[in-house]
Design a protein around this ligand. Structure first.
Ligand code: KDO
Length: 335
């Protein structure tokens, strides 16, 4: 009979053997499981970073169990699942957090973050402390690190001959899929389009049937999701240098030893850094492949887009939620 020696049994026998020979019994932390939910795929660079960097670093005391493609929890429900104690981690967005705390919309505002390095400076700046504290105090979620998702561009089914996007006026009446939260819908309208809320998992099918005219995601996502199969152009609007946060259950965090907390924090930072570099590399090298798939890629009138989008936020209800002076501090951390 083959006895399946579980890890716990193995550790127990080692400890017993040690005691038998007078050695001090090593202290083994109870095993635990870190579940992660993401609407991203298993091959998405952020998922790869978590599985290949974060998971091994915490393996000494936690088993990492990811759920991809929204299979564990639907996109936009992960934070509540963490708050209810049904999930350990998620790759959260500022837009999702803005549903709970409207002031987070400042980190989801078009043409504010300038690049990946700016995102890191902002996340590590003291200006973030009240934001992080509020999420811990009121949602029971700890924001460990900032991940780079990439520059979002307008990606359409129409060919450039059919619709040449130079300014926001060219997007009038375009049915542009945006993720479901208010901050995303505001951004879609600020671009000049007619935004349609749709879950990430529905985007490919909706593009292929023509249920929507387009979507906006960074080039690595266009490739990972094969959106190039069902679209014909990308106008490089760079309207949002997008980010995610590695969100972690505060209850689980508080149950960890100090050493385990340090390891989890370092693992999250390492995964975010690794994923950032890989995503930047992909972003800088995918345009030719996408063009080879029949998608025209070009740069529109960026000044026109920036001016129009920023004009839509100025004086809006969204901007009214931003704490005094935070936008100036974010801009001061720019290049
Ligand atoms: C999307 O639904 O377009 C989006 O890019 C929004 C992001 O905030 C994030 O949720 C992302 O999807 C998922 O991580 C899948 O890439």
């Amino acid at each position: 009979m083959i006895m399946k020696l579980t890890r716990r049994a193995a550790l127990g026998s080692i400890a017993a053997a040690g005691l038998a020979f007078g050695a001090a019994a090593p202290s083994f932390a109870a095993d635990m499981t870190f579940t992660l939910a993401t609407s991203g795929s298993e091959t998405d660079q952020r998922s790869v970073a978590m599985a290949s960097v974060f998971a091994p670093m915490v393996a000494g005391f936690a088993d990492y169990q990811p759920g991809y493609n929204g299979t564990l929890f639907a996109q936009g429900t992960e934070l509540e699942a963490i708050a209810r104690g049904n999930l350990t981690m998620s790759i959260a967005s500022a837009q999702e957090l803005a549903q709970f705390f409207p002031e987070f919309s400042i980190f989801a505002t078009g043409y504010v973050h300038q690049d990946a390095a700016h995102q890191v400076r902002v996340f590590n700046d003291p200006l973030m402390d009240p934001f992080k504290q509020k999420v811990e105090d009121e949602l029971g979620v700890k924001l460990l690190s900032v991940m780079y998702l990439g520059r979002r561009h307008v990606n359409l089914r129409q060919t450039r001959e059919e619709l040449d996007v130079q300014t926001p006026a060219d997007l009038a009446g375009v049915n542009l899929r945006m993720p479901g939260t208010d901050a995303w819908q505001f951004l879609g309208a600020a671009l000049g389009a007619s935004p349609t809320p749709l879950a990430f998992s529905e985007v490919y099918t909706s593009l292929s049937t023509g249920a929507v005219d387009g979507q906006d995601n960074p080039l690595p996502t266009v490739v990972d999701q094969k959106f190039y199969e069902v679209t014909k152009q990308i106008a490089l609007t760079s309207h949002l240098v997008d980010l995610n946060y590695i969100a972690f259950s505060l209850e689980t965090w508080n149950s960890l030893t100090a050493d385990q907390q340090l390891t989890v924090q370092r693992a999250a930072d390492a995964a975010a850094a690794y994923g950032r570099l890989k995503q930047l590399d992909k972003e800088n090298n995918l345009a030719d492949f996408i063009r080879s798939q029949g998608v025209e890629i070009y740069t529109p009138d960026l000044a026109a887009f920036r001016e129009h989008v920023q004009g839509q936020y100025a004086g809006s209800e969204v901007a009214a939620s931003w704490p005094e002076g935070v936008l100036d501090r974010i801009n001061a951390l720019g290049n």
